[in-house]
Design a protein around this ligand. Structure first.
Ligand SMILES: O=C(O)CCC(=O)C(=O)O
Ligand SMILES: [Fe+2]
Length: 439
């Protein structure tokens, strides 16, 4: 919830702020890039950030008035930098001319679909064989951490300690001595593919200082779960020596639906000419046949988590749509240009919004999440809003209501982002390619 002046919460935040900034140099911000300055602005806890410069397309939608009023966070829709389009099904989509290839689909997912995708992210996806941030350090339960947690919620005697991978007495032999190496992330492309594939991708060493931890405490430490091709965080490259996990049809279908409903000529076309610089052979005109998601990540943000400015450039295909789905708490999303020197556009993303990043002007633009907006879980993720439904005879509704209390409690402080990419052109098999080029 937004801090209200003269309340004890406000005064506490003010005190903390004054303490934290007491010794700050006066010109601390003079060397910040425009992207860094924007991150600082929206990240600030005190005073709460002013969202009047944040593009908020949700406010244009009558159906969202309740969730917006209840959350207290609101930007502006009339920042003159958007163009409204219609999708093939007549839904509203928006582009931002400053960032060609960026498409925003506010409220693209129904409330039911959002709940299903939250379930999918936690119960079906964040588990073996998909890697999560916790797998490096813990031996996670076979049924998946979240499913073990649901069992523990129902019967607290089922909560158990998850064992760390390395025991506290193990010698940290695999850890490299000395300072952490800076990773130079070479942008992937067909011409750098072989070199990047050959870089050794050692597994990250498990921490040797962790203690056995109950399932119920570990759930809030979940930060990401891999989709499709395995991403190697140490080298910031995909590890093609590991067979990819097929992208689940549930998420593949949502992404294909989002990309398939856009009239791409309205986004990129300019009088039927040929695509200009930056486009590969594969351009928007063929996406109906060539778009095929094969990698990605599900991000789990807790209220104070941020995602620093970065460009996603590990995919060989630098123009194919990246589909980004927001669920749970709202957030401020910043997206700029090819370096941090471009002033980013701040966009308020709410549960159910979908963003597509595509084309040479957007797919590799710097972006990040400086702020998750606390207290913004929409009403329709509350069990009380749908457990008075007549569930008799409707198995789907009954299933939805059953254990939702645990989802609701988790989502009250969580934003989930499902971020799906296309590494290779459709049908391309890196194994066949390396065999062909080696012979
Ligand atoms: O959380 C988001 O909306 C963006 C996530 C993102 O940029 C990423 O996973 O690369
Ligand atoms: Fe990203």
């Amino acid at each position: 919830m937004v801090l209200v002046p003269d309340t004890p919460e406000y005064k506490k935040a003010q005190k903390q702020y004054l303490k934290a900034t007491r010794n700050r140099p006066v010109n601390i911000d003079q060397d910040w890039t425009p992207f860094r300055a924007a991150e600082k602005r929206y990240k600030a806890r005190f005073p709460p950030p002013d969202l009047s410069g944040v593009l908020d397309l949700g406010v244009l939608d009558e159906r969202r008035q309740r969730e917006i009023a209840e959350s207290g966070w609101k930007g502006r829709s009339n920042l003159a930098e958007t163009i409204k389009l219609k999708t093939k099904d007549g839904l509203d989509a928006y582009t931002v001319p400053k960032i060609p290839g960026l498409v925003i689909l506010p409220n693209f997912l129904s409330q039911r679909k959002q709940r299903n995708l939250i379930r999918w992210s936690l119960a079906r996806h964040a588990r073996h064989p998909n890697e999560t941030n916790l797998d490096t350090h813990y031996i996670l339960p076979q049924e998946g951490l979240w499913n073990a947690y649901l069992a523990a919620c129902e019967d607290s005697s089922k909560d158990f300690d998850v064992q760390p991978r390395a025991s506290a007495s193990a010698s940290p032999a695999s850890e490299q001595p000395g300072p952490r190496q800076l990773i130079n992330n070479v942008p992937a492309s067909p011409s750098t593919f072989s070199v990047l594939s050959d870089i050794p991708k050692l597994p990250a060493p498990p921490s040797t200082t962790l203690l056995p931890t109950p399932v119920s405490s570990l759930v809030s430490k979940l930060r990401w779960a891999n989709i499709g091709w395995y991403y190697h965080w140490g080298s910031k490259q995909y590890d093609f020596s590991r067979r990819k996990v097929e992208v689940d049809t549930e998420i593949r279908n949502v992404c294909r639906e989002a990309v398939g409903c856009i009239k791409w000529d309205d986004v990129f076309g300019s009088g039927g000419g040929e695509p200009r610089d930056g486009w590969g052979d594969d351009n928007w005109r063929t996406w109906d046949e060539t778009y095929e998601p094969d990698a990605g990540i599900v991000n789990f943000y807790q209220e104070k988590d941020t995602l620093m400015a970065h460009a996603d450039r590990s995919e060989l295909n630098s123009t194919s749509p990246l589909v980004s789905i927001s669920l749970g708490l709202s957030s401020v999303f910043l997206i700029g240009g090819p370096t941090r020197d471009t002033e980013p556009v701040p966009i308020l993303l709410r549960s159910g919004d979908v963003v597509i990043m595509s084309g040479p002007g957007c797919r590799r633009a710097y972006h990040g999440i400086p702020r998750v907006l606390e207290g913004s879980m929409p009403w329709f993720l509350q069990k009380s809003e749908f457990d008075d439904l007549d569930v008799d005879g409707d198995k789907e509704k009954a299933g939805e209501v059953d254990d939702w209390a645990s989802y609701q409690e988790y989502m009250r402080t969580t934003r989930i982002n499902v971020n799906v990419r296309q590494v290779f052109p459709k049908g391309f098999d890196p194994y066949t390619l390396s065999q062909t080029s080696a012979s």
